[in-house]
Every structure is written in C-alpha cells, then in structure tokens.
Design a protein. Structure first.
Lengths: 547, 342
C-alpha cells in the first residue's frame, strides 16, 4: 500500500503528462505482480463493489475524529471530496501497516458481506494505522471514483513503456470482463496472443473548426459537405469474423454496442469503417441526450437496447479487403463505402448501418443554407472535406474543417451557486441560472433552467465567487441561493422538451458565454423566449444519397 | 449600560473609552497596529502605535507615517485604559493587544500561531475575559506538521529538482512567509535568489534576524545561473512573464491552504507544502482554552462554523464582521483572500 499511495501522491502532484507516465511506468516495473494487476483494475474503473455506504463512512469518521456530524459535513462541503475530508479530520495515530494493495482489496471484497460492527472495526483499525496519504487512498478505494487525472489511455501508455508491449495491443488485452483477483499479470499483460493484433485501429483524423469565411476555402466544387452528426465518433473493425468498436478517445467500447454484432458476416472481413454512433428510433436520429444512457452503463441491458437502439452512420472507409486505403482520395474511399453500403443494405433490412450522405453544391450560399438545417436534423453543423484528401493522422488543418452551427444563446439570471470540485473546490463556480416566467397569478418569477460551470476566466470566477460569498440569501448544504442581481449570457448546443426539468426544457452543453454586466435582471430573457428556440424535428430518411 | 470595552464599528475595532482603534480599516486619529500585513496596517491614520520591531516594516510599506514603538508587556495608559502588546507569533513584530479597564480584560489577537517559528517572538498566552480571535483555519481539516519536518521536505524537494537540473521556485508572501522559508532553507544546497518585493522586505528585517545570503533577480540575471538553485517569489508572480523566463523550473507553494488538493491544483502549482502562519484547528481551540476567556469573538476565517462549534463547547461565542483577510496584499494573497471572505 505504501508504494501505491506514494504513486498516487506523485500522480497527484504533477500536471505534466510525461511525469505521470514515467511515475506509473516506474511503478509497473517495481511493484509486485498482484499489485500491478490491481492498479490496472483501479485505473480502468474495475474496483470491487463499495463495501460500506457513504452515510456510514461519514458517521464513523465523525465519531473517530470526535467532531459533531454537522461539523464533519461542513468540512466535507468545503474540502469537496469525501475521502480527502476523512483523511484530513481523523487524528494521526503513530501505528503502521505493511499490508499490500492486494491485501487491502481482498479485505474490502470480503468486507461487503460482514456485519456493520465488523465494518466499523475494520475502518477504525485502518484509518488509525495509515498515514495521511495512505488513508486518503484507502478511503478512496472504499468510496470509489478514483479520478486523479489518469485516463485509461495514460495508464496503457505507461504500461507499454514498462513492458515494451504496443499500446493498442495492451488496450485490447485490458478490455472486457477480467477479474483482478483471479487473473495474473502474466496472463493479463505479458502473454502473447494472436488475436491481439486483430483489433488494431487506425489513428483518427480530426478536424479543426473553420477559422475564416467559408468562401476562403476556394472552389466549392473541390469540396464535399456532410452533416457532423452528434453522437460518438467511432471506428468499427471487421476482421476474422469478429468486430471491434473504438471510440475517438481510442477506447475499445465493443461491449457497449452489441447490436453491431449482426454486421459480422454481412460486412466482409478486412473492413474498417469510420462512423458516428447515433441513437435511432422510429426512423429518427435521436439527440445526444438519448445516447447518454448508453455511454455511462457498464452492462447494457436488453431493455436499454430496446429503449435506445443505436446505428452506425458511416462517414469513411479506412480498410477494404484487408488493405489500408487511407491514402486514396476521399471521393474514392466514399465510392467504395457507398458500393459496400448499397450491397449490404439491398440484401438485408433494418441493419444498424446507415450512410452519412455527402452533399454537393454549386455555391457556398447553398452550403450555408444546408448548415441552417442542422439543428432540425440533430446534427452539430457541417463537415467540409476536400474531395481529394487522404485520411490523415490526428488533428490537421487544411483538408477537413468543421463548420458547426452557432450556439443558441439566452440571457439568464444567476440564482444559485455551489462550490466546484477538484481544482475548484472551495470556490463557488457551479452556477444555476433562471429565466423569467409568469406564474398563475400573472406575477413574474424566476424559473431555473440550466446549470453551467464553465466559460468564465479564473479571474471572473474569483470575482463572482467573492460576490456570492457576500450576497448569500440562504444555504442548503453546499448550495447557496444568491440575490438575483447578475445576468449572464448562456450558450448551448441543443434544446429539447423535457419532463425531468422544472422549466420543461433540457439544454445540451450549457456554458457561460459572458458576464452581461451591462444588463439588469429585468432585461434577462423569459422561458417563452427559450421555448421559441426549440426546432421542429424532421424525420430523417435513410437512403437519400444525393452525391 | 456602558459601551462594551471594544466595539466593532464601520472603521474598525474601537475603544470608545480611550478613543483608540485597533487595526482599523478606515483612516482614524489613533491606531494600535498588531502587525505589518496590509489588511491590518492600513494607510492614512494620523498616529500609529505598534511593537518596535514592526515599526521599520510598516514604515517600509506605508512610507513616512507618525508611528511610535512599544515593547512587549509594556503597559501604556490612554484615558485610564491600560494597553499592552504581547507576542502573537504570526510574523516578525506581530502582537496581540491586551486592553484593560475597570478590571475587565479583552485581548485582540490580530493574526497568530502557536508554533514557535524561531523568528517571530513566540506566541504568549494572555489571560482575559473576552478573546477576539481570528479563525482563518477554523476547521478540523487543518492540522499542521512541525516546521522542522516541513522545512526538511522543502529542502529535499530543492535537492530533487537540482538533481534534475531544474530551478525551484517557491512561493510565499513577501512579508512573513518568505523570511520564514529563507531562514530555514539550506544554503549548502545552492544559491537563494529572490524577487524584488521579497528582497526589499528582507533587507528591512536583516538588522533584526540573521538570514542566509540572498541574490536579487535582475534583468541581467542569466537563466543558466538559476538552474539547480531556488527562487523565492510572492504568489502573484506565478504565471507571470518574469517566471516564464526561468524554464525549466518546478513550482512549490508554502501555505496552510495547501492542505486542500484542490487549492494546489487550482493554481497549477506542482508541489504544495502545508506551512502556515496561522493557528490550526487544535491551535485555536487550545489557545482559546488557555486564555480562560468566556466570551469569544471570531473576526475572520470560517467564522460561522467556528463560533457555532465554540457555542456547543459552552463558550459565549459570536462572529463580528471585519475587513481582515480581505485586502491582505490582494494580489499576493488571493487564495487566502477568497477563503477568508466566508
């Protein structure tokens, strides 16, 4: 445990990716094999189930530290992290422990079934025999959510550095449902497996947002346009009668999309498709909001598959007949893709494979008009691709550009504030905004419509924070209501009716555009203004390929 | 009923009997000043009374002011009210103010800490009836480790950075923290460079305290000569072009706020050292207990939470609005500034 805690401390005390990778790699060389497996498990979100609920943890921590419960809660609100709070308030005892990380985790697995007294005794004993950082890590393992700025990708990189095994192969090895208390490091990481190479994806080609006027791109005939669909950018690989789905974060997410399995055998082996994963029901593309329930789940249940079915909306073809065709011009790759698409869809109905239609135009005005339809179509805007462009590696300027629709904006009043988390704990940076509405008595009142916590500079956040602390009306735990006084312009990408929201409206990715110091609260927008922004949804037909 | 011995007014803490203010935040005729930080010693009073070691400090900061210095425990009487200053242990020259009238004793702490840092005269327990205390770190989450341990880890950090061929940049307030760090940095490791604000303040204090040698960073200072050495800088220098010229460097900050992982990450500082010139939770409770006071007034910090806890412990405790902790060299002290507005 000492080694693991000191690793976490090192990871925690740097913002530099390289330092993190080196520290992790050194740990993967140095630690014993069992601990390595558990470390991989923890950093890839495979913790054992939580053995003690947080209510009990709080009670017991307050008891052991001999402070009243309310004071523990106040401290928690200010510190912003439960494990950190517990590690801080419990008095240091000069005991020590040499138990390994694996021992601790095995104990935690057994702990779940034990009686409340046993749990309490176990926690007290360990809280008192660990030093501050070990205690923090120990409690973090119990509460879960080990977010310390180490992504699975970073971890894989470090493991690759330590073992010399290719990163993509490691990513594949580490996917799926392996049990950290049963598998060995040898088996999980070191042993070579033929199928390791099967899943290897190509690096994604990513676009920048268009910088100048679209006309500056030159001759419209050299360009192909298509909608930028609002889902999960993915690469789906068909090789050796298996399929693999990679997300743009280069995470292997095959398990989350079992519906694509039906494509095996239909799409020939040696095919790699660049596509957007989109929710699709009743012949309509859903919103990103719909997709969210699929992203977060570890296990995809039948009912969820039925409720939010997904499709692949294909953009591009990267591998065909087992050959890497990324150097072919975009139009050539598209021809092959469209041929493939027509062939497979003519023989099969209702495949979860659709084509993202490319659209040709005579002039840029027509492109701009198409872009205006984006919101109705549930797309984020347009992608402009040079017809003769190869499929490049990473984010590159020149051949591909995204031309997103401008965000929707509305002026709203700041009504509630909460302390931020992590880097922003102890600063009020999470805000709730409200719009005017007439209630039944014809009186104007403010109705909450969105929360936002990004978009201001650090200096602005500090100013708003200081103002909030002086203008608090009431406190509800970590939340404060504040005097309605400040107006902010809120931008968001999408908007839909929602029963879950008090205002009856859900906005997508709301963020603060700017602080409207020039506006008084009477000048903020109304709920009716917001509702007027909801587009009428168009049904999208699948096959109307225009190009 | 008579006015209380000390009142909280618009201008500051006021003794109407003696017509004297303690650490007032608006210009007044006569002010007793606890210490040199800007939120306690402000500009514009006609007459300043403070401990004599604080005289050069506030003269340096406020210019040509009318100030008289007194000794610790030296009683001076104004209109039958007895005043005396007692060490507060916060920074060099920091005092508590004891006020006695008709057998009633009040003590105003200004800022204080109970650990002896070896350069500020050690905090003295002063018995009183009413204790006006700060509670900047009045939460059980704050627990300090002994100075020696913290300074050892700072010196080790410097050595590690040196081994990697990097410059160490250590942030601390230019009055107080910087000198405390300087005093215990190990000059055998390398040279100690300073930012102008720290160099000037340290110059003022050299006649009082023996400090290691420092080198002021100037336009002529070469980046190369800094490598492996340490730079003491005020927090406001973080992210400035002045610092950016020193790459490759590693940053560290020494403050009580470094207790929170979030505070360090928010400021994008590589390494946080928990070292404070205020009391921790236990320090506050112990000193309150030791004064024997029944009435406690909390002036700045986590005042609501702290005074509620004191009431549960049987004290007659309350909070008074002050402007301490608010302006303390604003740019130099922003984390602390934000926190203490609670």
């Amino acid at each position: 445990m000492k080694k693991f805690a000191s690793l976490i401390k090192t990871l925690d005390s740097t913002t530099k990716t390289n330092t993190k990778v080196s520290a992790l790699a050194a740990y993967f060389v140095d630690a014993n094999d069992e601990d390595k497996v558990w470390t991989i498990a923890i950093l890839s979100h495979r913790r054992p189930p939580r053995p003690v609920n947080t209510t009990l943890l709080r009670q017991w921590a307050s008891e052991l530290s001999k402070i009243p419960m309310w004071l523990f809660e106040e401290s928690y609100h200010i510190v912003g992290d439960l494990a950190e709070t517990i590690a801080l308030v419990i008095p240091f005892a000069a005991k020590e422990t040499d138990k390994s990380l694996t021992q601790f985790l095995n104990e935690m697995i057994l702990l779940k079934k034990k009686s409340e007294e046993d749990k309490k005794a176990y926690l007290f004993e360990n809280w008192e025999s660990l030093d501050y950082y070990e205690r923090f890590v120990f409690t973090k393992l119990i509460t879960g959510g080990f977010r310390i700025g180490v992504s699975q990708k970073l971890m894989t990189k470090a493991l690759s550095k330590a073992t010399g095994i290719n990163e993509d192969i490691l990513a594949y090895k580490l996917m799926g449902n392996w049990d950290p208390s049963a598998i060995t490091f040898q088996k999980l990481v070191l042993e070579e497996n033929k199928s390791d190479y099967l899943s290897k994806p190509y690096p994604f080609y990513l676009a920048y947002a268009i910088e100048n006027e679209v006309e500056d791109l030159g001759d419209v005939n050299e360009w192909s346009a298509e909608h930028k669909w609002d889902g999960i950018r993915s690469q789906t690989i068909f090789r050796n009668d298996e399929f693999f789905v990679w997300s743009r974060g280069e995470e292997l997410v095959t398990d989350k999309y079992p519906e694509f399995e039906t494509l095996i055998g239909i799409i020939p082996n040696g095919t790699v498709i660049d596509a957007e994963i989109l929710p699709f029901t009743e012949n309509t593309i859903g919103t990103f909001n719909d997709l969210q329930s699929r992203i977060g789940r570890k296990t995809v249940t039948k009912s969820l598959l039925k409720k939010v079915p997904v499709i692949l909306k294909a953009y591009d073809l990267l591998e065909w007949e087992g050959k890497d065709i990324r150097q072919l011009p975009f139009v050539e790759r598209r021809k092959l893709l469209e041929k493939l698409f027509r062939k497979v869809t003519s023989n099969n109905e209702n495949l979860p494979l659709h084509l993202s239609e490319t659209i040709s135009f005579d002039n840029w005005e027509a492109v701009a008009e198409e872009r205006e339809k984006s919101r109705e179509l549930h797309s984020e805007g347009l992608m402009l691709k040079r017809k003769n462009s190869p499929y490049q590696v990473g984010r590159k300027k020149g051949d591909w550009w995204k031309w997103k629709v401008d965000p929707l904006t509305i002026d709203a009043v700041l009504t509630y504030a909460m302390r931020g988390h992590g880097r922003r704990s102890n600063l009020f940076t999470d805000y709730t905004f409200a719009l005017w509405n007439e209630n039944e008595d014809g009186k104007k009142e403010l109705v909450t419509f969105a929360k936002a916590y990004s978009g201001l500079t650090d200096a602005e956040f500090r100013k708003v924070d200081a103002w909030i602390k002086k203008n608090t009306l009431e406190r509800y735990g970590p939340v404060r209501s504040v005097t309605p006084e400040h107006v902010f312009e809120i931008a968001f990408e999408g908007i839909a009716l929602s029963k879950r929201h008090k205002s009856g409206i859900a906005t997508r990715f709301p963020r603060i555009l700017r602080w409207r110091k020039d506006k008084k609260i009477d000048e903020a927008n109304t709920l009716a203004d917001l509702k007027a922004l909801i587009p009428t949804i168009k049904k999208v037909a699948n096959e109307n390929v225009k190009s | 009923m008579n006015n209380p011995l000390l009142e909280f007014t618009e201008k500051g803490i006021y003794c109407s009997e003696a017509k004297v203010y303690l650490d007032p935040w608006k210009p007044v005729e006569k002010a007793i000043i606890t210490h040199g930080h800007a939120d306690h010693s402000r500009w514009g009073h006609k007459k300043y009374i403070t401990h004599h070691t604080n005289v050069p400090i506030i003269k340096h900061r406020l210019g040509d002011i009318n100030v008289s210095g007194v000794k610790w425990n030296e009683t001076f009487t104004i209109n039958n009210v007895k005043f005396s200053l007692h060490p507060a242990g916060h920074i060099i020259g920091s005092s508590q103010v004891r006020v006695e009238h008709k057998g009633e004793v009040w003590v105003f702490t200004g800022d204080y800490k109970t650990e002896d840092d070896g350069i500020s005269t050690s905090y003295e327990i002063v018995k009183c009836d009413t204790f006006i205390t700060e509670c900047t770190f009045g939460l059980p989450a704050f627990k300090w480790t002994p100075q020696q341990e913290v300074m050892d880890s700072i010196n080790n950090w410097w050595l590690e950075n040196q081994a990697e061929g990097k410059t160490s940049i250590l942030f601390g307030y230019s009055l107080g923290k910087a000198q405390r760090l300087l005093k215990y940095l190990n000059p055998e490791i390398g040279k100690i460079y300073t930012h102008g604000a720290i160099e000037k303040m340290t110059e003022v204090l050299r006649p009082i305290v023996d400090f290691p040698e420092t080198t002021l960073i100037t336009r002529e200072t070469q980046k190369k000569e800094l490598l492996g050495n340490i730079v003491l800088a005020p927090p406001s220098a973080h992210g400035s072009t002045w610092i950016r010229k020193m790459v490759p460097y590693v940053t560290g900050s020494a403050s009580g706020w470094m207790t929170f992982r979030g505070a360090r990450r928010r400021r994008a500082i590589d390494k946080g050292f928990v070292l404070s010139d205020h009391c921790d939770w236990t320090g506050l409770l112990d000193s309150i207990n030791a004064t024997g006071a029944e009435k406690i007034i909390c002036t700045h910090g986590y005042t609501d939470i702290f005074s509620k806890y004191l009431r549960e412990q049987g004290y007659d405790a309350r909070t008074e609005e002050t402007q301490y902790g608010e302006d303390e060299t604003a740019s130099e002290n922003e984390v602390e500034l934000v926190q203490s507005k609670q």
